[in-house]
Ligand binder design. Structure first.
Ligand code: CO
Length: 294
């Protein structure tokens, strides 16, 4: 990994560390989810970077991929288990991190368990370890009373690519891909009181640009704006759409020019906790740098 690239990864990491703190501060009961999202994304922009994706605010049995709508009406409840998944990038070099909050504290044990599973994984990963071995290690460190979510994974990160090529399952697999020095990876175990499977729910206000041509002036103009996100996921909150443009965004989705992600929900309605950090493997004299951790 080039020195310049490493520096950019580290800068992105430092900004999301601040964003994590901001999320803890702002996520008080009765706060509208849009306020939480905009505070956290706003901090990233104030620090001179851009969000790598809309802040995910997924609650209870939602594991991932919900972000506040432009006209969001949900408020955080004290008992909610809120996953805050945050990304920022410097020239496309991404820091990706997630924490789980629960104002009432009644789900603290599960949240701490997910943090411990992540810590274990961060200690285990080093050049030469295979993706399969890492998954086995993660799965084995989940306490018996919880299930690991089997069909959500960590992932490689590349410039302007949040999910680059190889996935990093949180379970045993025969994947013999060898993790090497200079790899940048996001490790993100999800654990649950449910069965550990995820299904698609309603659409969650997170979009990504796909290929394909579009017709219509408004659609083309909107697509041009969307290209500014460089292929990274985006929120309709960032586009300040008028009624016509809202229709155009729907048309882009229907035409396959953008994808509107569904929320990912635990099939049994189990509570889900997530912890995530970004690791530059072996780049500090053979040691890892966890960019998103103080
Ligand atoms: Co991630």
């Amino acid at each position: 990994m080039q020195e310049e690239t490493k520096k950019k990864y580290i800068e992105a990491g430092e900004v999301v560390q601040k964003a994590r703190k901001e999320a803890r501060k702002v996520a008080e009961p009765r706060t509208n989810l849009k306020v939480i999202a905009e505070e956290v994304e706003g901090l990233i922009r104030e620090e001179g970077l851009e969000p790598a994706f809309p802040v995910n605010l997924s609650i209870n049995d939602e594991a991932a991929h919900y972000s506040a709508a432009p006209d969001e009406d949900r408020e955080l409840k004290s008992s909610d288990v809120l996953k805050v998944d945050i990304g920022a990038h410097k020239d496309g070099y991404i820091a990706d991190t997630a924490l789980t909050l629960n104002p009432s504290g009644e789900h603290r044990e599960m949240i701490e368990a997910s943090e411990k599973v992540l810590e274990e994984a961060l200690g285990f990963v080093e050049p030469g370890v295979t993706v399969g071995e890492l998954g086995t290690h993660i799965q084995n460190s989940v306490p018996d009373k919880y299930s690991v979510v089997r069909n959500l994974t960590g992932h490689y990160i590349d410039q302007y690519t949040q999910h680059a090529g190889v996935s990093i399952p949180n379970i045993s697999s025969a994947n013999t891909h060898v993790i090497e020095k200079g790899d940048s990876i996001a490790i993100e175990p999800f654990i649950t009181t449910g069965s550990g499977k995820i299904k698609n729910g309603k659409k969650g206000n997170i979009y990504i640009q796909k290929g394909g041509k579009v017709r219509g002036r408004t659609e083309r103009k909107l697509l041009k704006k969307i290209k500014d996100f460089e292929g990274l996921p985006f929120s309709s909150r960032w586009l300040n759409l008028n009624a016509r443009e809202k229709m155009a965004l729907k048309k882009l989705d229907n035409a396959g020019a953008v994808k509107h992600y569904p929320v990912l929900k635990e099939v049994e309605g189990g509570m889900v906790a997530q912890s995530e950090h970004t690791v530059l493997v072996g780049v500090d004299d053979g040691e890892n740098i966890v960019t998103t951790k103080p």
